[in-house]
Design a protein around this ligand. Structure first.
Ligand code: SAH
Length: 351
């Protein structure tokens, strides 16, 4: 068990079970969310901190292993170590409207999209809710020490498919929104999915209302199947039906991500088909330049081609923007950094 997996009620109960008064649970909760290890929480009795340490797998669950700062845009890439030695990664992005953290939801990923580094080795394991929350907590501690303001937007766009880890991701959504905890506004948490239609409906049915964005990346099923194996399970029509269901239940506008890949989905015909698909939906399209992954044989579309694509979509009445790419000099694309680090470790061991 990781202490950060627990909510306040559970920590109060834990305090009482271990011979303390319930308010120790409150002190523990505050300390953990400030990124402190149990021994560092000065309000706690030392003996109890040691008892907690012995009782759980970890208190924080993730620790920052290394970080890199982009010279281009001030974004930072973090490599985190989990208590069992696994590595995950994330990107912190400063914006005029607040600081955003891109978090991972799984170690690896089983979706195996053709452009993405996260799926190259398949799924290793799911992250627990506390390990997802722990990424925010660890970065807040680090940036606070530098006088920077805490994260107020979170995007579940790191490694992993959030809806393939439904239980822990929804528990994370609840923990992150806790007004006694980080108190992140639900609107400021974006869940990005490759389009698990059943999971999208389940989110709406269960009353979760993160901002939803769909990694669409194609305007027809045949093209989508070439780059996203999940397209064999759910057609675009099924994904869009689930999006309409989500919108009807939550009133939240849906985002669509569309990575523009030369020779795959960048043509005028694709833009026109995409506009037809999305016409009349309350949505916004984010066009993304492909971050080329060495192991994957795909070419990025030229910046000019992406702008033309954007203009075409806009002219056809679809709200759309080109996503400003951050961290391209620090291996910002999903899964790249973890793989590079593991490879470097292996080389060191072998040489
Ligand atoms: N599994 C979720 C979230 C992780 S991927 C999803 O599919 O949405 C987050 C976003 O980054 C997705 O839109 C994904 O398609 C995109 N992405 C992954 N690798 C990329 C790359 N090399 N270049 C550009 N975008 C990439």
């Amino acid at each position: 068990m990781i202490l950060l997996d627990c909510d306040l009620t559970q920590l109060r109960a834990l305090a009482q079970e271990t011979g303390q008064l319930a308010f120790r649970g409150d002190q523990l909760y505050r300390g953990l969310l400030a990124g402190l290890h149990v021994e560092e929480i000065s309000t706690l009795p030392k003996a109890w901190a040691m008892q907690l340490r012995a009782r759980c797998d970890a208190d924080q669950g993730v620790t920052i292993e290394r970080d890199w700062k982009s010279d281009k845009d001030g974004s930072r890439k973090f490599l985190y170590r989990l208590y069992d030695g696994n590595l995950i990664e994330g990107v912190w992005m400063p914006h005029a409207y607040g600081n955003t953290l891109c978090v991972s939801t799984q170690v690896g990923c089983r979706m195996n999209c053709a452009f993405c580094a996260s799926g190259l080795d398949g799924l290793v394991r799911n992250l627990s809710a506390g390990e997802i929350l722990g990424q925010i907590v660890a970065v807040n501690r680090d940036t606070r020490a530098q006088g920077l303001s805490p994260i107020d937007r979170v995007v579940l766009m790191g490694s992993g498919e959030p809806l393939d880890n439904y239980e822990q991701v929804t528990r994370f959504l609840t923990l992150a929104a806790d007004p006694d905890g980080l108190g992140l506004s639900r609107r400021n948490v974006t869940l990005s999915t490759c389009g698990l239609a059943d999971g999208i409906r389940r989110l709406a049915d269960d009353g979760y209302t993160p901002t939803l964005t769909i990694s669409l990346h194609a305007s027809d099923d045949a093209s989508r199947r070439k780059i996203m194996p999940i397209a064999r399970k759910y057609s675009i029509a099924q994904v869009l039906d689930a999006c309409k269901y989500y919108f009807d239940k939550t009133g939240r506008r849906i985002g669509f991500e569309y990575t523009v890949i030369d020779g795959v989905n960048a043509s005028a015909a694709h833009a026109e088909r995409l506009a037809r698909l999305l016409r009349g939906m309350a949505c916004h399209v984010n066009l993304i330049g492909l971050n080329v992954v060495a192991e994957r044989d795909l070419r990025a579309a030229h910046a000019r081609a992406i702008r033309v694509f954007e203009q075409r979509l806009s002219a056809l009445g679809i709200s759309c923007t080109v996503r400003r790419s951050m961290g391209s000099d620090i291996q910002g694309a999903c899964g790249q950094l973890r793989r590079a680090h593991i490879a470097a470790q292996t080389e060191r061991v072998e040489s």
